[in-house]
Structures are given as C-alpha cells and as structure tokens.
Design a binder for this molecule. Structure first.
Ligand code: KIV
Length: 263
C-alpha cells in the first residue's frame, strides 16, 4: 500500500484529516502545505465550467486539470474524481481508472456510490487502484440537494452502504450532506476514515470545495465557512488596474523593458 494512504488510515481516531479540492497548479501548491488530501473534484463542472451539474464533465477535462494539479503537489495524497459515465461497468471502470492514474500520476480515484457499484470498487482495488467512496448527496446520481440520512430508516441504509464500500476495499469514504447522527454512527463503526462535507464535525476529516471557502464561487450553503472573500480582493485589484490604465499610471517607467533586462 502507498505510504501516503497508510498515513491517512493511521489518522483514524488520532488526528483530523484535512482535505480540499483543486483544479490547477498554483492553488494546489498552496493547499499542499496544509492538506492531507487534495481532490481534483468533478465539482469543476459547476465551479470552473459554469455547468448546471457535474454530469457533462469529460474524462479528458478531469485528466487535464489533474495534470496541472499534480505539478503543485509534493506531499499530499492526490485523489481524482471519476466523472459520470466513466465507471458504468467493471471493464470501463478499470480501463478509465488506470488511464487516470497513468496519465496524471495521482494516488487514487474517487467514485460516487449508486448503491450498486460495490463490485466495481472491489475490482479496482483488486487491480491495486486505491479507491475513495462517496455516499449521501452524490451529485452524479441525485438531483435534489438535501440532507441525507435524517430518519432512522434512511440512516440505516447509508450505514449499510458505507459498510459495503468498506468491505469492497475502499480506503476512505466521503460523507456528503449527512445528518449529524448518521455521520457520527458511520464514523464510529467504520474502520476506514470518513471525510465529511456538510456532515458535521463527527467525521474523521473534512473537505470543502476550495472556491467556496475562499469566497469566489458564489455558492455558500450553511455548511460552507467562508475563510476569505476573494471576490472582493480580486475585484479591488482589477478596478485599480483599470483605473491605472485609464490614468496612464500603468505601465510605469519601472515596467518598461530597457536593454536586455526582463526581471
Ligand atoms: O467534486 C467534488 O469536489 C467532490 C467533493 C465535494 C467531495 O466530490
């Protein structure tokens, strides 16, 4: 087993696992200093490409962004989302997961659960491909963005689903938008670490979409904490740039290229 994955497994019940998403090198380089896991999420569909859901992002899009992210990652575990349609059956899943790993050099893949793809996870793990599961609100398969596991019956279903994913060999599992009691119980009983998003602090780790927590995506549900307001910062900078050009303050003399000097 990859040492980075061993490190993540060892954190269970000891220290919290810090995860964020990245789609490009410059952001990944910053995250790498502070994160245990960096995910190239298919959330890039909404966040970067302005699509209404994640269904249309292609395998090639995911590979291209992962290649960029990989250039900024030294120490974190790099996980890449398998896009919708890329793991419909065992053969396709194996082919595409291998392609993602070969082309991007990532450490493993994440795939969303449709309550029926445990065999796919099992076969990927058999082929030595580390897999992260994903249950609860799974945007590739669900339309309504809502709390999951908020009744005993629904929580029990998620509990079973999480166990089957663990049994299939996943090394960790994302819990998205689970009611706190459901994530608490699943986290307590699973051997593998749970990574929560909108699923309370009972999880072994947390993930957010970086653009949300930096205040640049415009998507701020209750579970997102905005750690910065980059929209404002960027807007201020662009406004100043525009003003400087109009007042002929930029480029200044110090920005002129004289002689052979570029720096
Ligand atoms: O696509 C993504 O960014 C994700 C995280 C929200 C877990 O799946």
């Amino acid at each position: 087993m990859n040492n980075k994955i061993k490190k993540i497994l060892n954190k269970k019940n000891k220290s919290k696992i810090v995860c964020l998403t990245a789609y490009s090198k410059n952001i990944a380089k910053i995250l790498d200093k502070h994160c245990d896991i960096i995910l190239v999420g298919d959330s890039m569909a909404n966040v970067l490409y302005g699509l209404k859901n994640t269904h249309k992002i292609s395998l090639q899009n995911i590979i291209d962004h992962s290649l960029s992210v990989k250039k900024g990652v030294k120490k974190s575990l790099l996980i890449v989302d398998m896009p919708k349609g890329s793991y419909q059956n065992v053969k396709l899943a194996r082919k595409n997961a291998k392609l993602i790993i070969k082309k991007t050099g990532c450490d493993g893949v994440k795939l969303e659960s449709n309550r029926n793809n445990y065999k796919i996870i099992k076969e990927l793990v058999k082929a030595k491909i580390p897999v992260m599961g994903h249950i609860g609100y799974t945007p590739q398969f669900k339309i309504n963005f809502k709390i999951e596991g908020d009744t005993i019956k629904k929580a029990n279903k998620l509990y079973k689903e999480a166990f089957l994913i663990q049994q299939a060999g996943a090394f960790s599992i994302v819990l998205e938008c689970l009611a706190p009691q459901a994530s608490k119980l699943i986290t307590k009983d699973l051997k593998i670490p749970t990574i929560g998003i909108g699923s309370s602090s009972y999880c072994d780790g947390q993930i957010l979409v970086t653009d949300d927590m930096l205040g640049i995506s415009g998507f701020y549900p209750k579970f997102v904490k905005k750690y910065a307001n980059l929209n404002n910062v960027i807007e201020k900078a662009v406004k100043k740039y525009s003003k400087d050009i109009k007042l002929n303050k930029f480029p200044g003399k110090k920005n002129f290229l004289n002689g052979r000097k570029f720096q």
